[in-house]
Design a protein around this ligand. Sequence first.
Ligand code: ATP
Ligand code: MG
Length: 374
Amino acid sequence: MRIGIMGGGQLARMMALAGHPLGLEFVFIDPAPDACARSLGEHKVIDWSAADLVSQLAGCDRVTFDFENVPAQSLETLAAHFDVRPSPKALEISQDRLAEKELCASLGIPVAPFQSVDSRPDLMAAMDGLGLPALLKTRRLGYDGKGQYRLVQAEDLEPAWQRLGEQALILEGWVDFDHECALTAVRDANGTVLFYPLTHTLHREGILRFALSGSPANVPWQKDAQEVVTQLMERLDYVGCLTVEFFVTAEGLVVNELAPRVHNSAHWTIEGAVCSQFENHLRALTDLPLGATRARGCALMINFIGQMPIKDMLALDGLSWHDYGKQARAGRKVGHATWLLDDFESLKDRVGELVAYLDPIDAQGLTGLIKAAG
Ligand code: ATP
Ligand code: MG
C-alpha cells in the first residue's frame, strides 16, 4: 500500500520508519527541498495547495498529514479522490483554537475559560471578563508556543495588540495547573479504541521538553482522560491516533488542545510501548489490526531543541537516539532521545545520571518533573 503524507517533517519521517516493516510505501508533499522525511519515500517538492496535488498523489491508497496547518481546502479536495484519514473535519477543528474549544464545551468537556477576540475593544472586554494573567493566542497557525502573548497587567494590552492584532485571536484565562499530561489513543475504522498510558509532560518556553510515561501522579487521571478522548473520537468519527493535551488542576482535567495525528508527547512509544503510536496510526489508516498500547516499562523522552547535542548521553543503559537530520535553528525540534527503564522507581534512582548531561535549566526542569511525578 502507498500512503501519501501532507508534510515531510519528523512526524512523517517516523511514520515511514514504522511503516516500512509493514511493507508500506510513502509519498511526501513538502515544499521544503530538505524536508527531513525525504530519503524515506518519494518527495514531491510542491506546495500544499498546489493545483496538481491529486495527480501528484496518484496511486496512493490513503492520504494523511503530519502537521495541522495543511490548508483544510486542500484536504477537502483530496478527500474527493482518496481515503483521507483522519478526516478533514478533524483537522479543520483542530486548526482553530476557537472551534476546538467550542467542540469540547458542546460535549461538556472542561477547557480554559476563553473569549474570541477580533478587535481592540474585544480584547479589552475579554481581559475584563477573564481577568489576568491571561494568554492571547492566534486562533490559527500557532505551534510550539508561537503566536502567543502573556498578559499580566492592563498595560500589556497595547504591546500584545501590536504583536498579534489583525488576525483572529482568542483570549484564554490562565489555568492554574499542577502539571500537564497528554493522552494518545488510536481508533480504527470499526470504532475499536486503544489508549496509551497517560504521558506526563513538561514545557519550557511553550515547547515540549520532557515526556514521561509511567508517572504515578497520572494513574488516577487515566480513566477521566480516556472518557474525554472517547467522546471526542466518537463525535469526530475519528480514525488514527489522536492526542489530547490536558492541564491537571485541583478541579480535575482541563483540555488544552487536540492534535489529530501522531504527537511529540508520544514519541516514547517507539521504545516504550509494545506497538508505537506511529505504527498504530498506520495500522488504523490501512485497516490492519491495532497493536497493543501497553508500556514496556517507564520511558522518559527528552526533546532536542535548536541543535543536536553530542552523543555522550548514549552511555546510559537503555537510551535510544533519534536525530531527525534537520538543520540547526533556534527553537526547532531537531531530535529526541528516549530512556527506557524497568519502572518509575528505577528512573527516580538513576535520574542523576541523565541530569549530568543537561543544561542547568533542563536539569532543574527534569528534577522538578520527577518530583511532581511521585
Ligand atoms: P504545541 O502545538 O507545541 O502543543 P502550542 O503553540 O499549540 O504548542 P499551547 O499548547 O496552546 O501551544 O501552549 C503551550 C504551553 O503553554 C502549554 O503546554 C502550557 O504549558 C502553556 N499554556 C497554554 N495555555 C495556557 C493557559 N490557558 N494557562 C496556563 N498555561 C497555558
Ligand atoms: Mg500544545
